[in-house]
Design a binder for this molecule. Structure first.
Ligand SMILES: Nc1ncnc2c1ncn2[C@@H]1O[C@H](COP(=O)(O)OP(=O)(O)OP(=O)(O)O)[C@@H](O)[C@H]1O
Length: 772
């Protein structure tokens, strides 16, 4: 019989002890000897692709052909009679953790990082010749050591990779496309040529990094990279503030890899057991942690002979696997909850982590302000515990070097929750954002910087918005936002667009509505299972996706998501805080590209929007001698042609009726199932008509909506089919905005162009494009 085990994150140490005990007590012949749970060759259980919420089951493993032996409190395992012992035990190779470096997904090896792939590929090819591989490794380490020594001297004279033909650039690229779980898949397949990276000269980086930058086609550093990299390399604590999509990840990532390269020789001599990670990177969300790992993984994969290993510690994935990753990691990336869960249960892990050279707090304002804060505090407290550790620890510490930890804090914004935490201790600035001084005061209080005064680098103090971003506003009646959203989407065909809403139910409804209108749309919100979330982003960002793809999302997608080729961000709901507007808009116009951010606004929302815009653009709109922000909204007003709105209304009415009915039916079914189950529990008969009648007696708020829902849910199949047929017929025609036979015959329009399908194919006739 096959055996399954769930992974109990809370008892790894106990399991390990049990295992030791079990193995020790064993004295039978080789094939009879029993083994502990950790020695079994567990196989991961594949999850069904369409399982809606499988998070609790990720990491479930099974094994076949074993008998269970219980002895007192201990559980041991033996191969079934007639089977050799080796059929159930883990292969003995020291490298058997190769599968652990799958990194980004527990169950799909195709989702590995470039780092993982690189390491795995090397392991696979080296497996039959372990000794030779070790020798090779040694010689590589020696070479690396020599390189490290000569590096500083030789840097300037080295041939820059601009002239190199990177050997494996194409294959690395291909691997990335295959292995990227989502947005990385958007990378285009490129040719083998690297780019000229001489613009990075002043940063005095190692040749490995230059090669990687060349392969990644990063011809010059961004402003934050130019300013922050030297400061970090010089050993400073750094607080970095730069607009969205400006390359903050590599601003701290490059110095970390530089340090790894520098230390590689020394680390190589150390036993794996005593090896400690060099950096801990904290991120507020799982998606961002995965993205950080991918981004740094890409840098490592493109750096010759660089095998820095990343452990990714996030929720939703196997904790034991992450614990094992951590044992060999050079760089640890994670969300605070899971990082703390692992550190606080593992033996000696905190002591190991105290040796890190870099602590990175990414998206600092969010990380230090939301639900993560307690765990962040715990982690920071544990890292700083070394001065007040127990006596044994203190003895050991005496022989070790003093802490060299640099703290690096990055974000595009510092928002009002930080302000609230400072309440009473600092001047109220009257806005959602903190000014630099207030941010620094807060960070100094919360983080134990090495230096008294960390370097505050704000590369674009005049604006937090990307320079290539255009901001616009569409005013419309509150009840017609759907119609105006649809109009804007049709105005911009072949634009990859994210539509942000303030609620999960709005994401669900708008996604369905746009689907009914036959647009290529995907939804993303936090009630979706992690796997479904990643699938949505993957489909939206895939290079083979429709270029007009739309992602409808809550603010779960507002921060950090780096999806190439997003042309437009639409705020269906006005964001609740200024920082959300900055981060949402920052999903477009990244890395020097251009993009549009459009607010769809009801008249009653305009005042709030004006306030929001004034906060964000305060510095830009202030007059030289004027302290008050300008009243003018720095957003361009976009005029949607009334004819367009009028012609789209019929199809929108049909689409809404279909969507409302579908949603109402789903709701009724869910309610019905719930009531039936409750009636079953109570042992009473459930009569839905009786229940509906008693419900109808109630008066007051919600009654109208309930009645509408009920009516919508009662639409018959044939009525629904009729609506769908009518809509289909309408969608099959272009929206005619003024072409009549008279014009056609009078030669007032270019029939050839029309027949060639030039211009916006949704419309028939001339349409003035929106002003930006
Ligand atoms: N020097 C560079 N040249 C060109 N592209 C770069 C460079 N550095 C980074 N990039 C690219 O720019 C994009 C944005 O980088 P990154 O995600 O680090 O931005 P960010 O500043 O952290 O943004 P956010 O604040 O939204 O998280 C990435 O796709 C990255 O690969």
């Amino acid at each position: 019989m096959g055996q399954k085990r769930g992974r109990d994150p809370k008892a790894p140490a106990a399991q390990a002890n049990k295992r030791k005990k079990a193995v020790k007590a064993d004295t039978g012949s080789d094939d009879e000897r029993s083994v502990g749970v950790e020695d079994l060759n567990w196989k991961e259980v594949a999850m069904p692709d369409r399982m809606e919420d499988a998070e609790g089951f990720f990491g479930l493993e099974e094994i076949e052909g074993v008998d269970i032996i219980k002895s007192g409190g201990d559980v041991q395992f033996k191969a079934k009679t007639g089977k050799p012992r080796k059929s159930i035990i883990k292969p003995p190779s020291e490298d058997d953790d190769g599968e652990e470096w799958g990194g980004f997904s527990d169950e799909d090896s195709s989702e590995k990082t470039p780092v993982a792939d690189k390491a795995d590929a090397e392991k696979t090819s080296a497996a039959p010749e372990v000794n030779k591989a070790t020798e090779d490794k040694k010689s590589k380490k020696e070479i690396a050591k020599e390189k490290a020594k000569e590096k500083k001297k030789a840097k300037k004279d080295e041939t820059k990779p601009k002239d190199q033909k990177p050997k494996d650039s194409k294959s690395t690229q291909d691997r990335n496309i295959k292995s990227g779980i989502s947005f990385a898949a958007l990378e285009e397949a490129e040719d083998d040529d690297g780019v000229d990276v001489s613009a990075w000269d002043a940063l005095n980086l190692s040749s490995e990094i230059y090669t990687a930058l060349s392969k990644m086609k990063f011809s010059q550093p961004s402003a934050i990279q130019k300013a922050a990299i030297p400061a970090v390399l010089d050993g400073h604590d750094v607080v970095g503030k730069a607009s969205t999509g400006s390359g903050k990840t590599l601003a701290f990532g490059i110095p970390i890899i530089e340090h790894y390269l520098d230390q590689r020789g020394k680390q190589g001599e150390k036993e794996e057991k005593t090896k400690a990670p060099i950096a801990l990177l904290l991120s507020p969300t799982r998606e961002l942690a995965h993205q950080l790992a991918r981004h740094l993984g890409e840098l490592i994969a493109n750096s010759p002979d660089t095998n820095a290993r990343i452990a990714l510690l996030t929720g939703g994935l196997s904790i034991q696997k992450q614990q094992r990753q951590l044992a060999h990691a050079d760089i640890v990336i994670g969300t605070p909850g899971r990082v703390w869960e692992i550190l606080s249960t593992g033996t000696g892990l905190i002591r190991k982590m105290q040796k890190i050279r870099f602590l990175v707090v990414d998206e600092a304002d969010r990380l230090l302000s939301q639900g993560n804060f307690k765990e962040v505090e715990d982690i920071l407290g544990a890292l700083d515990k070394e001065q007040a550790g127990d006596i044994d620890e203190m003895e050991e510490k005496k022989e070790e070097e003093p802490s060299q930890r640099q703290t690096l804090v990055f974000s595009a914004t510092f928002h009002k929750d930080l302000q609230q935490k400072l309440a009473g201790k600092s001047r109220w600035s009257g806005g959602d954002m903190l000014d630099n001084k207030e941010s620094m005061e807060y960070l100094l209080k919360k983080l134990n910087f090495r230096e008294e005064k960390p370097k505050f680098i704000d590369v674009n103090p005049e604006s937090q918005m990307a320079s290539g971003l255009k901001e616009g506003i569409v005013e419309c009646p509150a009840m017609e936002k759907d119609l105006y959203l649809y109009s804007v989407l049709l105005y911009y065909p072949k634009h990859r667009t994210i539509v942000f809403t303030n609620s999960i139910s709005a994401v669900r409804r708008i996604t369905q509505l746009l689907q009914v209108l036959q647009l290529p749309v995907f939804g993303l919100h936090s009630n979706m299972a992690q796997k479904a979330r990643l699938r949505s982003v993957e489909r939206f960002s895939s290079p083979t996706a429709d270029p007009s793809s739309i992602l409808v999302a809550t603010d779960v997608a507002a921060r950090g998501l780096d999806i190439k080729g997003i042309n437009c961000v639409i705020h269906y709901h006005v964001p609740r805080a200024a920082d959300a507007y900055v981060h949402r808009s920052g999903r477009t116009a990244r890395a020097g590209e251009s993009g549009k951010s459009i607010l769809i606004c009801a008249p009653e929302e305009v005042v709030g929007v004006a306030r929001l815009a004034a906060k964000i653009h305060a510095k830009r709109t202030k007059g030289e001698d004027d302290d008050a922000p300008s009243k003018k909204i720095p957003l361009e007003s976009l005029d949607i042609d009334r004819r367009v709105v009028a012609r789209l209304r019929p199809r929108m009415t049909l689409a809404k009726r279909i969507t409302d009915s579908t949603i109402a039916k789903e709701k009724v079914n869910t309610e019905d199932n719930w009531l039936r189950a409750a009636a079953d529990d109570l042992g009473v008969e459930y009569d839905s008509d009786e229940f509906d009648q008693s419900k109808g007696k109630g008066r007051g708020r919600g009654g109208g909506r309930e009645r509408r829902d009920k009516e919508a849910s009662e639409m018959t199949k044939s009525e629904m089919a009729g609506l769908r047929a009518e809509l289909k017929q309408q969608l099959s025609q272009r929206i005619n905005i003024g072409v009549s036979e008279k014009y056609l015959t009078a030669g007032r329009i270019d029939i050839d162009a029309l027949l060639r399908g030039e211009g916006n194919k949704s419309f028939l006739g001339h349409l003035d494009p929106l002003t930006f």
